[in-house]
Design a protein around this ligand. Structure first.
Ligand code: ZN
Ligand code: ZN
Length: 303
C-alpha cells in the first residue's frame, strides 16, 4: 500500500535544555504527543492525511449538517439553509502511522469531519467535529465513494487544503495545565531562560500545532470537559491554525533563513500547510471518554 511508504517521520531537534536537571518538578508532567506536521500535498484515500480524501463506503451516507442556525461569517453571518451542508474531511489516521494512539477494539482508522460553518453559542461558535472509527479490512471489502460531495456553502477558514502528514512522536510539557503555584514559578524560570538562552519555556517545551494526545494546544486558559458519566475526558487530538513550529520545526525543514528558535508570522517563513485561520490562530480540541463504551467525544474551541 502506498500509505506505508509515504508517511515520513521527521526529526524533532533536541531540547535546548535538560528539563530534568533545570526544573525537575516538571518531569511528572511530561506527555508523549504525536505531532502531525501537515504539509500541502496530494494525499490519496488510503493514506493518512489532513484535509485529504477519505476511505468512505459508497453505500454509507456522507455526513451532512442541517443545524438550523449555522452560518457563514463571510456572508454577513446569514443563516445557511435549510438544505443540509456536506461536511468536509479534516483528518484520516491509520493506526499504523500513529502507534501511540489507542483505537477502539476492531478499528484501525479514525476519520474526522466537520461542517465548515459556524455553529451556535452552545457549540462555541465553531465547526463541530464528527468522528468515525473504521476498520481498514472492512473498508477493503466494500465499494468506495469516488468523490465526496462538496458543501454548497462554507467558511474557508475551516476548509483545510489537502495535506500529507508526517506523524512524529515527541515529548511535551504543559503550557497551562499545571497548578497555579507551579505555573507562576515556571513563568519566572521561563523569563530567566529566555534571557540566557534566547528561548522561553513555552516555546521550547510546549507545542501549539496539530497533534494527537499530549496536552491540548490551548491558546486560552484550559476548559477541560467532563463526560456525562462524570469522568474527566482525555485530550484526543488538536487541530491548530498554527503549524509554523518554531523550536519544533523539524531538522529536515531547517533550510530557510530565520528558521531557528523563533516563531514567525512572516508568510515567507511559514511552511505550506492547511491554511486554516480558525478565527484568529485558534484551535479545535477533541476530547474522548474511554470509560463509556461508545467513546463519546466533545470539542472545545478557542482563538
Ligand atoms: Zn453545520
Ligand atoms: Zn463517559
Amino acid at each position: 500500500m502506498r500509505g506505508l511508504e509515504v508517511i515520513m517521520r521527521l526529526t524533532v531537534p533536541p531540547a535546548p535544555l535538560d528539563i530534568a536537571r533545570e526544573f525537575p518538578e516538571l518531569v511528572p508532567y511530561a506527555r508523549t504527543t504525536t505531532l502531525l506536521y501537515p504539509r500541502a500535498g496530494s494525499p490519496v484515500r488510503d493514506e493518512s492525511s489532513l484535509g485529504g480524501p477519505l476511505l468512505w463506503p459508497a453505500d454509507e451516507p456522507w455526513p451532512m449538517c442541517a443545524a438550523p442556525d449555522h452560518y457563514n461569517p463571510a456572508r454577513d453571518c446569514a443563516v445557511v439553509g435549510p438544505a443540509p451542508v456536506a461536511m468536509v474531511p479534516v483528518l484520516q489516521l491509520f493506526a499504523r502511522n500513529v502507534p501511540a494512539m489507542v483505537f477502539p477494539v476492531g478499528a484501525d482508522v479514525l476519520q474526522v469531519l466537520w461542517c465548515p460553518l459556524i455553529h451556535s453559542e452552545y457549540d462555541q461558535h465553531s465547526p463541530v467535529p464528527v468522528l468515525r472509527w473504521q476498520s481498514a479490512a472492512d473498508l477493503a471489502d466494500r465499494r468506495l465513494l469516488d468523490q465526496a460531495p462538496r458543501p454548497y456553502e462554507f467558511d474557508d477558514e475551516y476548509v483545510p487544503r489537502p495535506c500529507v502528514i508526517h506523524a512524529t512522536e515527541a515529548v511535551e510539557y504543559p503550557n497551562w495545565d499545571m497548578p497555579e503555584e507551579l505555573s507562576e514559578r515556571v513563568g519566572k524560570w521561563s523569563e530567566e531562560i529566555e534571557e540566557s538562552c534566547g528561548i522561553s519555556y513555552y516555546d521550547a517545551f510546549t507545542t501549539q500545532q496539530s497533534k494527537i494526545g499530549g496536552y491540548p494546544g490551548w491558546t486560552q486558559p484550559p476548559n477541560w470537559p467532563i463526560c456525562t458519566c462524570g469522568s474527566p475526558m482525555e485530550h484526543l487530538l488538536t487541530i491548530s491554525a498554527s503549524e509554523s513550529c518554531g523550536r519544533w520545526l523539524p531538522v529536515e525543514e531547517r533550510t530557510r533563513p530565520g528558521c531557528g528558535w523563533e516563531t514567525s508570522d512572516d508568510p515567507e517563513l511559514q511552511h505550506d500547510s492547511h491554511e486554516m485561520i480558525m478565527g484568529d490562530g485558534g484551535g479545535i480540541y477533541v476530547f474522548v471518554c474511554r470509560t463509556c463504551p461508545t467513546w463519546p467525544t466533545v470539542h472545545r474551541y478557542d482563538c
